[in-house]
Design a protein around this ligand. Structure first.
Ligand code: GTP
Ligand code: MG
Length: 376
């Protein structure tokens, strides 16, 4: 029998460190840590150890307070941990100090999300936006005193080694690359702008699906347009905007677009990077905010999405689409759901179970809304 070559892939022994900080006073921690596990899983972290700590204040030098970092250090030493993934965003100084203390590579929330974004970007625009954000992050890590920044996921971080001049040289190189990418991005934006103008000139109404990551936006787009955009039980499966023609009962209603999912504590750099993509939302005629009502943190997710919309200065009319109603008894949520108007409750497992949404779109008339807004 022929001998088969087997490649053994070893993954660094990883600790997922969930940290509850005073900033989380409004957060549903169960949902938040589940989301953190999901982020790590989506990024390829396998069989991690897990530790959750609560801190009363954030230490400027180490992020973790003295007692907690000793606890984490003892755990890392005992379990031969090689890399620690932290649920929060750390400053470069904090990441560097913590890495030195724990003798582990440190990945923070920003890096985790950046790497997932990197894997999910498919269009030239998406890839360029992520590349810029990656370089900016790398630059900020270089700037930190005595910092060693980690390489791509799964690899062991580089230790020490940057002399001041090497560091400066590297920084300049990064700045040049960022500038080049930004120029390239500006060209891509121009092309998008032309496409958008064409669409606006055609006076075709556009509906945009927005919402928290994993809420079911792509699934709804697929069901409404009989297409097969990637929908996965993974965070940030969609990074690039997809627009499709929308027919309801054989009648063309306009176009419908799928967009990047939102997440709490989205690194500011990524919000900036995706602002242009999301600027589409202001030109849409209707937003469908898809919400996974089976997630215990659903109200917090709405808050996050609405805050980002306010930040983007988007004032488009919106329908809340409470999705995944098959997973829980929504009558228990009745009072809470009522607070969000207008809304429909659906499950996107079949065309039949999203009937309330189809009905809403069927009766929706974009010109009515414009008139109402003007008369206000
Ligand atoms: N049980 C159930 N699962 C659903 C429903 N809608 C979507 N899903 C599942 O939820 C997961 C996420 O769905 P997606 O459509 O990829 O979610 P998304 O909002 O596009 O996510 P991102 O692109 O990552 O932001 C997939 O595994 C879907 O099959 C639903 O109504 N009920
Ligand atoms: Mg999607």
């Amino acid at each position: 029998m022929k001998k088969q070559a087997t490649a053994t892939v070893t993954y660094p022994k990883t600790l997922l460190l969930g940290v509850q900080t005073p900033e989380h006073y409004l957060t549903n921690m169960e949902s938040y840590f589940e989301e953190f596990r999901n982020l790590a899983r989506t990024n390829g972290v396998q069989n991690p150890d897990e530790m959750i700590v609560k801190i009363r204040e954030i230490d400027p030098g180490y992020f973790l307070t003295r007692g907690k970092r000793e606890e984490v250090k003892a755990f890392c030493d005992e379990n031969d941990i090689e890399q620690v993934v932290v649920s929060e965003a750390l400053s470069s100084r904090q990441a560097g100090n913590l890495g030195e203390l724990l003798r582990c590579d440190i990945f923070d929330r920003t890096q985790l999300i950046l790497e997932i974004f990197e894997k999910s970007a498919h269009t030239a625009e998406g890839k360029t936006q992520v590349a810029i954000a990656q370089l900016q992050h790398k630059k900020s890590r270089l700037a930190g005193k005595g910092v060693h920044y980690a390489q791509q996921s799964g690899s062991i971080g580089v230790r020490g080694g940057f002399g001041e001049t090497a560091k400066e040289k590297e920084t300049r190189h990064i700045e040049d690359s960022i500038l080049q990418l930004k120029r390239h991005l500006a060209k891509l934006h121009k092309a998008r702008e032309t496409r958008r103008k064409q669409r606006l000139a055609s006076k075709e109404p556009n509906i945009c699906l927005i919402g928290y990551t994993n809420a079911g936006k792509s699934t709804i787009l697929n069901i409404l347009t009989n297409s097969n955009v990637l929908a996965e039980d993974k965070l940030f499966a969609t990074l690039d905007t997809t627009t499709r023609a929308l027919f309801i009962d054989g009648q063309k209603k306009g176009t419908i677009s799928d967009t990047v999912g939102f997440i709490q504590q989205l690194p500011t750099r990524l919000i900036d990077a995706f602002k242009s993509t999301l600027s589409e939302l202001d030109y849409a005629d209707l937003l469908l905010q898809v919400v996974d009502v089976a997630d215990p943190g659903w109200e917090n997710h709405i808050r996050v999405v609405n805050e980002i919309l306010t930040d983007l200065d988007v004032h488009t009319p919106m329908l809340y689409v409470f999705n995944k109603a098959d997973k829980i008894d929504t009558t228990l949520l009745y009072g809470a759901l009522e607070r969000y108007q207008p809304h429909v409750v659906v499950s996107s497992l079949s065309k039949k179970s999203i009937a309330p949404l189809i009905e809403y779109i069927k009766n929706w008339n974009p010109t009515d809304e414009e008139e109402t807004l003007e008369s206000e």
